[in-house]
Design a protein around this ligand. Structure first.
Ligand SMILES: [Zn+2]
Length: 225
């Protein structure tokens, strides 16, 4: 950050996206509240804001929770490169938040301190899904020695990370007469999370480029948790 930019900034917190409204029904997104309103140019320290700055929860995390479905782009990163339709890599975490994943190297499991290839990913708690799972720890451990998840059995189309996750989830479903499909998991869980993330990423990229982003609104702030 240059000295000039620094002088224009009231707050120095840059961890998460902020949103506020000043003189118009326009959401002003930023990482740091500017001294002057980008719309009316008045000094923000001297006037009341229609909606004071509030933090927009960041859906991306670098720390998995336990018993979660974790999702990231197969190539590149959510923030930098991701766009609708890009390939996704998915995996599961156990009760100790270790990520179990299947790719061309077979099964790997990594603890919070060692999953270097997992940064800024989506983490969806399995308890938020409309299904109940049990014995997930044991089932995940068993997959490490199963032939079907050996490196040489990996196939981009027919035996990939989605097949792995679906297989583990189905093995641990309490109601064994019901089987989850790739389509269901995608439609019910992954797509809604990705759509929400894409909306937020477009705002974040605009803020990174311009310092702020203006979003005209007729009613409520459009982005909420
Ligand atoms: Zn204003």
């Amino acid at each position: 950050m240059t000295r000039k930019q620094n002088k224009n900034i009231m707050s120095t917190s840059s961890d998460s996206l902020l949103c506020f409204q000043h003189c118009e029904k326009v959401n002003i997104f930023c990482f740091m509240v500017p001294y002057n309103c980008p719309i009316c140019r008045s000094d923000l320290s001297g006037t009341d804001m229609a909606i004071p700055p509030f933090r927009i929860p960041n859906p991306l995390t670098c720390e998995p929770n336990n018993f979660s479905l974790v999702i990231k782009p197969t190539f590149g990163s959510f923030i930098r490169d991701f766009k609708r339709g890009d390939l996704l890599h998915i995996a599961l975490s156990n009760s100790k938040s270790m990520i179990f994943e299947f790719n061309e190297n077979g099964i790997s499991s990594s603890s919070a301190s060692s999953h270097l290839n997992w940064t800024n990913f989506l983490c969806i708690s399995l308890s938020a899904l409309p299904y109940r799972f049990e014995d997930l720890d044991e089932i995940l451990e068993t997959t490490k020695v199963m032939d079907i998840w050996a490196a040489e059995r990996y196939d981009d189309l027919h035996n990939n990370c989605f097949d792995y996750v679906i297989s583990v989830l189905n093995a641990s479903l309490q109601n064994s007469s019901f089987k989850l499909t790739k389509l269901q998991l995608t439609q019910d869980v992954i797509s809604p999370a990705i759509n929400k993330t894409i909306r937020l990423l477009s705002i974040i990229r605009n803020v990174l480029d311009n310092g702020f982003f203006l979003q005209r609104t007729l009613a409520e702030p459009a982005v909420s948790s």
